[in-house]
Design a protein around this ligand. Sequence first.
Ligand SMILES: Cc1cc2nc3c(=O)[nH]c(=O)nc-3n(C[C@H](O)[C@H](O)[C@H](O)COP(=O)(O)OP(=O)(O)OC[C@H]3O[C@@H](n4cnc5c(N)ncnc54)[C@H](O)[C@@H]3O)c2cc1C
Length: 467
Amino acid sequence: MDLIEQLTQIVGEKGILLDEADMQGFVVEWRDKFIGKARAVVLPKSTEEVAAVVKACASSKSPLVPQGGNTSLVGGSIPFTKGDEIILSLRRMHTIREVDRLNGTMTVDAGCVLANLQQAAEEVDCIFPLRIGSEGSCQIGGNISTNAGGVQVLHYGNTREQVLGLEVVLPDGQIWDGMTSLRKDNTGYDLKQLFIGAEGTLGIVTGAVVKMYPRPKYQQVALAAIPSVAAAVEFLNLARTMSGDQVTAIEIIPRIAIDMVCRHVPNFADPMPDKYDWQILVELSSSSTEDLSGLMETILEAGFEQEIVIDAVIATSEAQQAHIWNLREEISGAQKPEGGSIKHDISVPVSRFADFIREADIAVRKIVPNFRSVAFGHIGDGNVHYNPMQPLDMDKEEYLGHWEEVSRVVHDIAVSMRGSISAEHGIGRLKSDDLVLYKPAIEIDLMHRIKKALDPDGIMNPGKLLK
Ligand SMILES: Cc1cc2nc3c(=O)[nH]c(=O)nc-3n(C[C@H](O)[C@H](O)[C@H](O)COP(=O)(O)OP(=O)(O)OC[C@H]3O[C@@H](n4cnc5c(N)ncnc54)[C@H](O)[C@@H]3O)c2cc1C
Protein backbone atom coordinates (compact mmCIF):
# COMPACT_ATOMS: atom_id res chain seq x y z
CA MET A 1 0.00 0.00 0.00
CA ASP A 2 1.45 3.40 -0.87
CA LEU A 3 1.78 6.15 1.73
CA ILE A 4 -1.28 8.13 0.62
CA GLU A 5 -3.45 5.00 0.87
CA GLN A 6 -2.08 4.28 4.34
CA LEU A 7 -2.74 7.86 5.49
CA THR A 8 -6.28 7.76 4.07
CA GLN A 9 -6.92 4.58 6.01
CA ILE A 10 -5.72 6.21 9.24
CA VAL A 11 -7.57 9.55 9.05
CA GLY A 12 -10.44 8.66 6.71
CA GLU A 13 -11.24 10.42 3.45
CA LYS A 14 -12.43 13.54 5.24
CA GLY A 15 -9.11 13.80 7.06
CA ILE A 16 -6.87 14.11 4.02
CA LEU A 17 -6.61 16.75 1.30
CA LEU A 18 -4.93 15.92 -1.98
CA ASP A 19 -6.31 18.51 -4.36
CA GLU A 20 -4.08 21.57 -4.90
CA ALA A 21 -7.01 23.97 -4.55
CA ASP A 22 -8.02 22.41 -1.22
CA MET A 23 -4.43 22.64 0.04
CA GLN A 24 -4.03 26.30 -0.92
CA GLY A 25 -4.71 27.73 2.57
CA PHE A 26 -2.07 25.42 4.07
CA VAL A 27 0.82 26.22 1.72
CA VAL A 28 0.84 30.03 1.83
CA GLU A 29 2.31 32.01 4.70
CA TRP A 30 0.39 34.88 6.37
CA ARG A 31 2.58 37.53 4.73
CA ASP A 32 2.71 35.65 1.38
CA LYS A 33 6.49 35.55 1.78
CA PHE A 34 6.65 31.75 1.58
CA ILE A 35 4.53 29.72 -0.81
CA GLY A 36 5.11 25.97 -0.87
CA LYS A 37 3.72 22.76 -2.30
CA ALA A 38 2.56 19.69 -0.37
CA ARG A 39 2.01 16.07 -1.33
CA ALA A 40 -1.01 15.98 0.99
CA VAL A 41 -2.49 17.64 4.06
CA VAL A 42 -3.56 15.23 6.81
CA LEU A 43 -5.91 16.30 9.57
CA PRO A 44 -5.91 13.67 12.33
CA LYS A 45 -8.53 13.83 15.09
CA SER A 46 -6.64 12.17 17.96
CA THR A 47 -3.17 11.60 19.37
CA GLU A 48 -3.39 7.96 18.28
CA GLU A 49 -4.12 9.03 14.70
CA VAL A 50 -1.17 11.46 14.79
CA ALA A 51 1.05 8.61 16.01
CA ALA A 52 -0.15 6.30 13.22
CA VAL A 53 0.45 9.04 10.60
CA VAL A 54 3.96 9.67 11.90
CA LYS A 55 4.73 5.92 11.95
CA ALA A 56 3.60 5.58 8.34
CA CYS A 57 5.73 8.55 7.28
CA ALA A 58 8.70 7.29 9.30
CA SER A 59 8.62 3.87 7.63
CA SER A 60 8.90 5.48 4.19
CA LYS A 61 11.13 8.32 5.47
CA SER A 62 8.60 10.86 4.16
CA PRO A 63 9.07 14.42 5.46
CA LEU A 64 6.36 15.94 7.64
CA VAL A 65 5.51 19.60 8.30
CA PRO A 66 3.50 20.09 11.51
CA GLN A 67 1.07 22.98 11.19
CA GLY A 68 -1.04 24.84 13.72
CA GLY A 69 -2.83 28.07 12.84
CA ASN A 70 -0.26 28.87 10.13
CA THR A 71 0.35 32.35 11.53
CA SER A 72 4.12 31.89 11.78
CA LEU A 73 6.01 34.89 10.45
CA VAL A 74 9.19 32.95 9.62
CA GLY A 75 7.93 30.28 7.22
CA GLY A 76 8.23 27.37 9.69
CA SER A 77 4.81 25.91 8.91
CA ILE A 78 5.11 26.04 5.11
CA PRO A 79 6.57 23.18 3.03
CA PHE A 80 9.24 23.78 0.40
CA THR A 81 8.27 23.79 -3.28
CA LYS A 82 9.37 20.25 -4.18
CA GLY A 83 5.93 18.85 -3.31
CA ASP A 84 7.13 15.77 -1.40
CA GLU A 85 6.17 16.88 2.14
CA ILE A 86 3.06 15.93 4.09
CA ILE A 87 1.49 18.74 6.12
CA LEU A 88 0.12 17.47 9.42
CA SER A 89 -2.49 19.96 10.58
CA LEU A 90 -3.68 19.86 14.19
CA ARG A 91 -6.83 21.80 13.23
CA ARG A 92 -9.26 18.98 14.11
CA MET A 93 -7.74 18.40 17.57
CA HIS A 94 -9.40 21.19 19.55
CA THR A 95 -10.79 19.69 22.75
CA ILE A 96 -10.21 21.34 26.10
CA ARG A 97 -9.73 18.12 28.02
CA GLU A 98 -9.95 19.52 31.56
CA VAL A 99 -10.07 22.82 33.42
CA ASP A 100 -8.79 22.36 36.98
CA ARG A 101 -9.57 25.62 38.74
CA LEU A 102 -8.08 24.61 42.08
CA ASN A 103 -4.82 23.46 40.49
CA GLY A 104 -4.84 26.53 38.24
CA THR A 105 -4.35 24.46 35.07
CA MET A 106 -5.97 23.54 31.77
CA THR A 107 -5.30 20.29 29.92
CA VAL A 108 -5.79 20.85 26.22
CA ASP A 109 -5.39 19.44 22.73
CA ALA A 110 -2.61 21.11 20.76
CA GLY A 111 -5.02 22.31 18.07
CA CYS A 112 -7.04 24.53 20.44
CA VAL A 113 -7.14 28.10 19.15
CA LEU A 114 -5.48 30.44 21.66
CA ALA A 115 -8.55 32.70 21.99
CA ASN A 116 -10.61 29.66 23.01
CA LEU A 117 -8.19 28.90 25.85
CA GLN A 118 -8.38 32.52 27.02
CA GLN A 119 -12.18 32.19 27.00
CA ALA A 120 -12.15 28.88 28.90
CA ALA A 121 -9.93 30.38 31.60
CA GLU A 122 -12.23 33.40 31.93
CA GLU A 123 -15.20 31.11 32.50
CA VAL A 124 -13.61 30.06 35.81
CA ASP A 125 -12.58 33.62 36.68
CA CYS A 126 -8.97 33.07 35.64
CA ILE A 127 -6.79 34.15 32.73
CA PHE A 128 -4.47 32.38 30.36
CA PRO A 129 -1.98 35.23 29.95
CA LEU A 130 -0.59 34.63 26.47
CA ARG A 131 -1.88 37.58 24.40
CA ILE A 132 -0.76 37.99 20.79
CA GLY A 133 -2.19 39.65 17.69
CA SER A 134 -2.92 36.31 16.00
CA GLU A 135 -4.80 34.82 18.98
CA GLY A 136 -8.00 34.32 16.96
CA SER A 137 -6.31 31.76 14.71
CA CYS A 138 -3.00 30.55 16.15
CA GLN A 139 -3.07 27.32 18.16
CA ILE A 140 -1.56 26.44 21.51
CA GLY A 141 0.57 23.73 19.84
CA GLY A 142 2.01 26.40 17.52
CA ASN A 143 2.50 28.78 20.45
CA ILE A 144 4.41 26.08 22.33
CA SER A 145 6.46 25.12 19.28
CA THR A 146 7.50 28.76 18.76
CA ASN A 147 7.65 29.67 22.47
CA ALA A 148 5.43 32.64 21.59
CA GLY A 149 5.77 35.90 23.52
CA GLY A 150 3.28 38.75 23.13
CA VAL A 151 2.28 41.76 25.17
CA GLN A 152 2.22 40.35 28.71
CA VAL A 153 5.62 38.65 28.86
CA LEU A 154 6.82 41.46 31.09
CA HIS A 155 4.50 40.23 33.84
CA TYR A 156 3.75 36.56 33.14
CA GLY A 157 6.66 35.31 31.00
CA ASN A 158 6.81 33.57 27.61
CA THR A 159 4.83 30.47 26.62
CA ARG A 160 7.65 28.39 28.11
CA GLU A 161 6.67 29.70 31.55
CA GLN A 162 3.03 28.67 31.02
CA VAL A 163 3.66 25.00 30.20
CA LEU A 164 3.69 22.34 32.93
CA GLY A 165 3.23 19.21 30.86
CA LEU A 166 3.33 18.02 27.26
CA GLU A 167 2.19 15.11 25.15
CA VAL A 168 4.36 14.61 22.08
CA VAL A 169 4.39 12.16 19.19
CA LEU A 170 8.06 11.42 18.59
CA PRO A 171 9.56 11.07 15.07
CA ASP A 172 9.30 7.25 15.25
CA GLY A 173 5.60 7.43 16.11
CA GLN A 174 5.89 6.72 19.84
CA ILE A 175 3.68 8.78 22.14
CA TRP A 176 5.44 10.48 25.05
CA ASP A 177 2.89 11.20 27.79
CA GLY A 178 4.48 13.94 29.87
CA MET A 179 1.16 15.51 30.85
CA THR A 180 2.08 16.41 34.40
CA SER A 181 0.34 19.31 36.10
CA LEU A 182 2.97 19.62 38.82
CA ARG A 183 4.72 22.86 39.64
CA LYS A 184 7.53 21.00 41.32
CA ASP A 185 9.17 17.92 39.84
CA ASN A 186 12.93 17.54 40.06
CA THR A 187 13.35 14.10 38.58
CA GLY A 188 16.03 14.64 36.01
CA TYR A 189 16.09 16.38 32.63
CA ASP A 190 13.07 18.60 32.00
CA LEU A 191 12.26 16.98 28.64
CA LYS A 192 9.33 19.22 27.75
CA GLN A 193 11.74 22.14 27.39
CA LEU A 194 13.28 20.44 24.35
CA PHE A 195 10.01 20.57 22.44
CA ILE A 196 9.08 24.12 23.47
CA GLY A 197 10.44 26.38 20.76
CA ALA A 198 11.59 23.41 18.62
CA GLU A 199 9.39 24.57 15.71
CA GLY A 200 8.20 21.05 14.99
CA THR A 201 11.69 19.69 14.33
CA LEU A 202 11.74 17.14 17.18
CA GLY A 203 8.17 15.83 17.29
CA ILE A 204 4.52 16.76 17.15
CA VAL A 205 2.97 18.35 20.21
CA THR A 206 -0.51 16.85 20.60
CA GLY A 207 -1.48 18.01 24.08
CA ALA A 208 -0.38 20.30 26.89
CA VAL A 209 -1.05 21.21 30.49
CA VAL A 210 -0.88 24.99 30.86
CA LYS A 211 -1.13 27.38 33.79
CA MET A 212 -3.97 29.76 34.58
CA TYR A 213 -3.73 32.82 36.82
CA PRO A 214 -6.30 34.70 38.92
CA ARG A 215 -8.15 37.18 36.74
CA PRO A 216 -7.24 40.80 37.56
CA LYS A 217 -10.46 42.56 38.51
CA TYR A 218 -9.31 46.00 37.50
CA GLN A 219 -7.34 47.24 34.54
CA GLN A 220 -6.21 50.68 33.41
CA VAL A 221 -4.71 51.68 30.09
CA ALA A 222 -3.01 54.92 29.06
CA LEU A 223 -1.21 56.19 26.00
CA ALA A 224 1.59 58.57 26.93
CA ALA A 225 3.77 60.70 24.67
CA ILE A 226 7.44 60.57 25.61
CA PRO A 227 10.33 62.78 24.49
CA SER A 228 12.62 59.92 23.41
CA VAL A 229 13.01 56.14 23.34
CA ALA A 230 15.36 56.39 26.33
CA ALA A 231 12.54 58.07 28.29
CA ALA A 232 10.35 55.01 27.67
CA VAL A 233 12.86 52.80 29.46
CA GLU A 234 13.07 55.28 32.34
CA PHE A 235 9.27 55.34 32.49
CA LEU A 236 9.08 51.56 32.56
CA ASN A 237 11.22 51.46 35.68
CA LEU A 238 9.30 54.30 37.29
CA ALA A 239 5.94 52.63 36.63
CA ARG A 240 7.07 49.23 37.89
CA THR A 241 8.49 50.71 41.07
CA MET A 242 5.55 53.01 41.82
CA SER A 243 2.89 50.38 41.08
CA GLY A 244 4.45 47.55 43.09
CA ASP A 245 4.94 45.65 39.82
CA GLN A 246 1.36 45.99 38.56
CA VAL A 247 2.49 46.90 35.04
CA THR A 248 1.19 44.04 32.89
CA ALA A 249 2.17 45.53 29.52
CA ILE A 250 4.19 48.39 28.13
CA GLU A 251 4.52 48.86 24.38
CA ILE A 252 6.33 51.50 22.38
CA ILE A 253 4.57 53.02 19.36
CA PRO A 254 6.12 55.55 16.97
CA ARG A 255 4.10 58.33 15.32
CA ILE A 256 4.65 56.83 11.87
CA ALA A 257 2.83 53.66 13.01
CA ILE A 258 -0.15 55.65 14.34
CA ASP A 259 -0.38 57.49 11.02
CA MET A 260 -0.36 54.17 9.12
CA VAL A 261 -3.13 52.74 11.31
CA CYS A 262 -5.20 55.92 10.82
CA ARG A 263 -4.66 55.71 7.05
CA HIS A 264 -5.54 52.06 6.61
CA VAL A 265 -7.97 51.02 9.35
CA PRO A 266 -11.41 52.35 8.39
CA ASN A 267 -12.78 55.01 10.78
CA PHE A 268 -9.86 54.67 13.19
CA ALA A 269 -9.50 57.88 15.21
CA ASP A 270 -6.06 58.91 16.49
CA PRO A 271 -6.24 58.58 20.31
CA MET A 272 -3.55 61.27 20.81
CA PRO A 273 -4.70 64.90 20.71
CA ASP A 274 -1.34 66.07 19.33
CA LYS A 275 1.41 64.54 17.26
CA TYR A 276 4.56 63.33 19.00
CA ASP A 277 7.36 61.14 17.66
CA TRP A 278 7.06 58.42 20.33
CA GLN A 279 4.36 57.10 22.66
CA ILE A 280 4.00 54.21 25.08
CA LEU A 281 0.95 52.15 25.81
CA VAL A 282 0.87 51.31 29.52
CA GLU A 283 -1.42 48.75 31.12
CA LEU A 284 -1.82 48.32 34.88
CA SER A 285 -3.73 45.37 36.33
CA SER A 286 -4.79 44.50 39.85
CA SER A 287 -7.17 42.31 41.76
CA SER A 288 -7.03 44.41 44.89
CA THR A 289 -6.67 48.12 44.00
CA GLU A 290 -9.85 49.43 42.46
CA ASP A 291 -8.45 52.92 41.97
CA LEU A 292 -6.04 52.10 39.19
CA SER A 293 -6.88 55.32 37.32
CA GLY A 294 -5.65 57.24 40.39
CA LEU A 295 -2.47 55.19 40.42
CA MET A 296 -1.99 55.71 36.68
CA GLU A 297 -2.41 59.48 37.13
CA THR A 298 0.12 59.52 39.98
CA ILE A 299 2.66 57.61 37.90
CA LEU A 300 2.13 59.83 34.86
CA GLU A 301 2.46 62.97 37.01
CA ALA A 302 5.77 61.68 38.34
CA GLY A 303 6.75 61.10 34.71
CA PHE A 304 5.84 64.72 33.83
CA GLU A 305 7.93 65.98 36.75
CA GLN A 306 10.92 63.92 35.64
CA GLU A 307 10.38 65.12 32.05
CA ILE A 308 10.04 61.59 30.70
CA VAL A 309 6.34 62.10 29.82
CA ILE A 310 5.09 65.06 27.77
CA ASP A 311 1.40 64.29 27.24
CA ALA A 312 -0.99 61.45 28.06
CA VAL A 313 -4.46 60.05 27.49
CA ILE A 314 -5.93 57.81 30.17
CA ALA A 315 -8.74 55.53 29.00
CA THR A 316 -11.93 56.24 30.92
CA SER A 317 -13.98 53.30 29.67
CA GLU A 318 -13.45 49.74 28.49
CA ALA A 319 -14.20 50.94 24.95
CA GLN A 320 -11.37 53.47 25.18
CA GLN A 321 -9.02 50.83 26.54
CA ALA A 322 -9.92 48.61 23.60
CA HIS A 323 -9.40 51.53 21.21
CA ILE A 324 -5.86 52.13 22.50
CA TRP A 325 -5.04 48.41 22.34
CA ASN A 326 -6.52 48.27 18.87
CA LEU A 327 -4.01 50.89 17.77
CA ARG A 328 -1.17 48.62 18.88
CA GLU A 329 -2.66 45.48 17.37
CA GLU A 330 -3.37 47.02 13.97
CA ILE A 331 0.22 48.14 13.35
CA SER A 332 1.37 44.93 11.61
CA GLY A 333 -1.61 44.89 9.25
CA ALA A 334 -1.38 48.63 8.53
CA GLN A 335 2.19 48.20 7.29
CA LYS A 336 1.11 45.86 4.48
CA PRO A 337 -0.43 48.48 2.13
CA GLU A 338 2.51 50.83 2.79
CA GLY A 339 4.86 48.75 0.63
CA GLY A 340 8.02 46.79 1.35
CA SER A 341 9.04 46.20 4.93
CA ILE A 342 12.18 44.39 6.09
CA LYS A 343 11.03 42.73 9.30
CA HIS A 344 13.15 42.11 12.36
CA ASP A 345 12.21 40.66 15.72
CA ILE A 346 15.09 41.80 17.90
CA SER A 347 15.68 41.67 21.62
CA VAL A 348 18.40 43.48 23.50
CA PRO A 349 18.85 44.16 27.21
CA VAL A 350 16.13 46.69 28.07
CA SER A 351 18.81 49.21 29.05
CA ARG A 352 20.18 49.10 25.44
CA PHE A 353 16.80 49.51 23.72
CA ALA A 354 17.30 53.18 22.77
CA ASP A 355 20.91 52.60 21.65
CA PHE A 356 19.74 49.77 19.43
CA ILE A 357 17.12 51.83 17.59
CA ARG A 358 19.50 54.77 17.16
CA GLU A 359 22.38 52.66 15.86
CA ALA A 360 20.17 50.56 13.60
CA ASP A 361 18.60 53.69 12.05
CA ILE A 362 22.06 55.12 11.31
CA ALA A 363 23.26 51.85 9.77
CA VAL A 364 20.16 51.29 7.61
CA ARG A 365 20.23 54.91 6.40
CA LYS A 366 23.67 54.24 4.94
CA ILE A 367 22.12 51.52 2.76
CA VAL A 368 18.75 53.14 1.92
CA PRO A 369 18.99 56.85 2.77
CA ASN A 370 15.26 57.71 2.79
CA PHE A 371 13.89 54.56 4.40
CA ARG A 372 11.01 54.91 6.90
CA SER A 373 11.86 53.60 10.35
CA VAL A 374 8.99 51.70 11.97
CA ALA A 375 10.13 50.37 15.35
CA PHE A 376 7.45 49.21 17.77
CA GLY A 377 6.73 46.56 20.34
CA HIS A 378 7.39 45.07 23.68
CA ILE A 379 9.79 47.53 25.25
CA GLY A 380 9.24 45.95 28.65
CA ASP A 381 11.04 42.81 27.44
CA GLY A 382 13.62 44.65 25.31
CA ASN A 383 11.84 43.23 22.24
CA VAL A 384 11.45 45.55 19.26
CA HIS A 385 9.84 44.78 15.93
CA TYR A 386 12.30 46.82 13.91
CA ASN A 387 10.77 47.09 10.44
CA PRO A 388 12.57 49.55 8.16
CA MET A 389 10.13 50.36 5.35
CA GLN A 390 10.68 51.38 1.77
CA PRO A 391 10.95 55.07 0.86
CA LEU A 392 7.69 56.29 -0.69
CA ASP A 393 9.33 56.90 -4.06
CA MET A 394 11.17 53.56 -4.33
CA ASP A 395 10.02 50.45 -6.15
CA LYS A 396 9.01 47.70 -3.69
CA GLU A 397 11.07 44.94 -5.32
CA GLU A 398 14.12 47.20 -5.54
CA TYR A 399 13.78 47.97 -1.82
CA LEU A 400 13.27 44.33 -0.80
CA GLY A 401 16.40 43.50 -2.81
CA HIS A 402 18.28 45.09 0.13
CA TRP A 403 16.80 42.57 2.61
CA GLU A 404 20.00 40.61 3.30
CA GLU A 405 22.24 43.65 3.50
CA VAL A 406 19.85 45.50 5.84
CA SER A 407 19.24 42.47 8.04
CA ARG A 408 22.94 41.81 8.35
CA VAL A 409 23.69 45.26 9.79
CA VAL A 410 20.61 45.19 12.05
CA HIS A 411 21.44 41.73 13.40
CA ASP A 412 25.12 42.65 13.81
CA ILE A 413 24.11 45.58 16.02
CA ALA A 414 21.72 43.47 18.11
CA VAL A 415 24.27 40.71 18.62
CA SER A 416 26.99 43.24 19.48
CA MET A 417 24.73 44.19 22.41
CA ARG A 418 24.34 40.50 23.35
CA GLY A 419 20.85 40.60 21.91
CA SER A 420 18.91 38.02 19.89
CA ILE A 421 18.02 37.92 16.18
CA SER A 422 14.70 36.28 17.05
CA ALA A 423 13.04 37.37 20.26
CA GLU A 424 9.69 35.64 19.86
CA HIS A 425 8.87 34.51 16.28
CA GLY A 426 11.46 31.74 15.97
CA ILE A 427 13.84 30.86 13.15
CA GLY A 428 11.79 28.86 10.61
CA ARG A 429 13.17 29.30 7.11
CA LEU A 430 13.63 33.04 7.29
CA LYS A 431 16.53 33.06 9.71
CA SER A 432 18.14 29.62 9.46
CA ASP A 433 21.23 31.04 7.69
CA ASP A 434 21.55 33.80 10.29
CA LEU A 435 21.27 31.30 13.13
CA VAL A 436 24.52 29.66 12.03
CA LEU A 437 26.17 33.05 11.68
CA TYR A 438 25.26 34.34 15.11
CA LYS A 439 24.97 31.32 17.45
CA PRO A 440 28.19 29.95 18.89
CA ALA A 441 29.34 26.83 17.00
CA ILE A 442 29.09 24.76 20.16
CA GLU A 443 25.38 25.58 20.48
CA ILE A 444 24.69 24.70 16.85
CA ASP A 445 26.57 21.44 17.33
CA LEU A 446 24.54 20.56 20.45
CA MET A 447 21.30 21.33 18.62
CA HIS A 448 22.30 19.06 15.71
CA ARG A 449 23.19 16.28 18.15
CA ILE A 450 19.78 16.52 19.82
CA LYS A 451 18.05 16.55 16.44
CA LYS A 452 20.02 13.49 15.28
CA ALA A 453 19.27 11.59 18.50
CA LEU A 454 15.51 12.14 18.28
CA ASP A 455 15.00 12.28 14.53
CA PRO A 456 17.84 10.30 12.90
CA ASP A 457 16.13 10.23 9.49
CA GLY A 458 15.37 13.95 9.58
CA ILE A 459 11.66 13.63 8.73
CA MET A 460 10.39 16.29 11.17
CA ASN A 461 10.07 19.67 9.45
CA PRO A 462 13.36 19.32 7.57
CA GLY A 463 15.18 22.50 6.57
CA LYS A 464 13.50 24.58 9.27
CA LEU A 465 15.39 26.02 12.22
CA LEU A 466 18.49 23.86 11.52
CA LYS A 467 19.72 23.46 7.96
C1 LIG B 1 -0.87 39.53 13.30
C2 LIG B 1 0.14 38.64 13.97
C3 LIG B 1 0.61 39.00 15.24
C4 LIG B 1 1.56 38.20 15.88
N1 LIG B 1 2.00 38.58 17.11
C5 LIG B 1 2.88 37.80 17.75
C6 LIG B 1 3.35 38.18 19.05
O1 LIG B 1 3.00 39.22 19.60
N2 LIG B 1 4.22 37.35 19.66
C7 LIG B 1 4.64 36.17 19.08
O2 LIG B 1 5.42 35.45 19.69
N3 LIG B 1 4.23 35.82 17.85
C8 LIG B 1 3.37 36.59 17.17
N4 LIG B 1 2.96 36.22 15.92
C9 LIG B 1 3.52 35.01 15.28
C10 LIG B 1 2.67 33.72 15.44
O3 LIG B 1 1.32 34.02 15.64
C11 LIG B 1 3.21 32.87 16.58
O4 LIG B 1 4.49 32.40 16.22
C12 LIG B 1 2.33 31.66 16.93
O5 LIG B 1 2.81 31.09 18.13
C13 LIG B 1 2.28 30.59 15.86
O6 LIG B 1 1.23 29.70 16.16
P1 LIG B 1 0.51 28.87 14.99
O7 LIG B 1 -0.46 27.94 15.61
O8 LIG B 1 -0.02 29.76 13.95
O9 LIG B 1 1.74 28.01 14.44
P2 LIG B 1 2.16 27.75 12.94
O10 LIG B 1 2.42 29.01 12.22
O11 LIG B 1 1.21 26.81 12.30
O12 LIG B 1 3.55 26.99 13.18
C14 LIG B 1 4.65 27.62 13.75
C15 LIG B 1 5.79 26.60 13.91
O13 LIG B 1 5.44 25.63 14.88
C16 LIG B 1 5.35 24.32 14.29
N5 LIG B 1 4.14 23.72 14.87
C17 LIG B 1 2.87 24.19 14.85
N6 LIG B 1 2.07 23.39 15.56
C18 LIG B 1 2.84 22.38 16.03
C19 LIG B 1 2.59 21.25 16.84
N7 LIG B 1 1.37 20.96 17.32
N8 LIG B 1 3.62 20.41 17.12
C20 LIG B 1 4.87 20.67 16.65
N9 LIG B 1 5.16 21.73 15.89
C21 LIG B 1 4.15 22.57 15.59
C22 LIG B 1 5.29 24.54 12.80
O14 LIG B 1 5.85 23.46 12.09
C23 LIG B 1 6.09 25.81 12.65
O15 LIG B 1 7.46 25.53 12.62
C24 LIG B 1 2.03 37.01 15.25
C25 LIG B 1 1.54 36.66 13.99
C26 LIG B 1 0.62 37.46 13.35
C27 LIG B 1 0.12 37.02 12.00
